[in-house]
Each structure stands twice: as structure tokens, then as C-alpha cells.
Design a protein. Sequence first.
Length: 196
Amino acid sequence: GSDDVEANVTRPLEDVLNSTESIKEITSQSRDGMSMLMLEFDFGTNMDNVMNDVRDKVDMISGFLPEGAEDPMILKFSSDMIPVIILSATARESAGALYKILDEQVANPLNRIPGVGTVAVSGAPEREIQVNIMPEKLEAYNISLEQIAQVISAENVNVPAGNFDIGSQTYMLRLEGEFSESRELNNIIVGSNQGR
């Protein structure tokens, strides 16, 4: 989960990058399966030298990151290189509902505009559903936690399925089978043992 990413990926990277020359501030965001750090430097810093220093430090720590972690990707940008627009929004909805609205009705349409590089929604926690397991039932049905996680993951999918062209327009296809309500989890069959 995000706590594991924070402890095992984000903090080690923060610790080693804090000593980078001319660094002004480090901000980070940890999510399940993703860690993102933004390093801000003093005005006038030689960014080529800084990039070399950052690469060296990241290479040094990479061997200590959890097994299976991908090599960190380092991107350099400044406000005079990339036009940036920052929008803020408030609503009566919950943080999770507002995040969903912004992601589906603002970020996704903006991402489809030619010339737009990246649109990201941040600042609100994503909705999380916790599944509580009864150990005695796991033992009775001879089912492991890993099996349950795999079945839920397989049933809850939202993945790219290619593109198709109509005239001069290209459309993206997605295979969408995400759960829309938490009660849908009640109907998942995770396995059986001797017909039980």
C-alpha cells in the first residue's frame, strides 16, 4: 500500500537527495505502486550539474530499494521550459467524489487535446475499500490471502485495449470492469474446497 511505498521507497530517496547541492525543497507523494518526488532548486542553479548529481545519488540508492521496484525515472523541467496551468477546485462533495469528478470530467478531456503534455489531479486521497478477512474461513476453505487479492485484482480491471481509427480521428479503447460499488465485492467467488 501507500504506507509501504512511503517507508521503503519515498523516504530513502528523500534522505539521499536532501544533500543535493542548491536544493531548496523536496515534496513527495506516495501511492500504492508509485512514488513521486519533486525537487526544487535555488534560482540560477546549473541544472546540468544538478541532474548529474541527482542521477549519481539515485543510482547509489537503487540497489537498496525493494525487490521488483523499477529504476526511478528522472525528468528535468522549469517554468520557462514548460507552460504550466494550475487549477484549484472546491465542492460540497466529499474529497473522493471531487477527485473522481475532476479526473473523469476535467483531466481526461484535457488530456485528449492535441499539444497537452500531462494533466494530473492531486491533493485528494483516492477512495480505498478495505476487505476484512476471517482467518478461520481461510483455513476452512484452504484459501490464502494472495489468492483473494489475485481474484479481486482480476475482477477489477480498467486497462487499455488498443486504438481504432474513424476517418482522421483516432479513438482509444479501454477494457473497463472496475467495481462501481463496494457491495459488488460480496458476489466474488474466490475459490472452493471439496464443493463447500
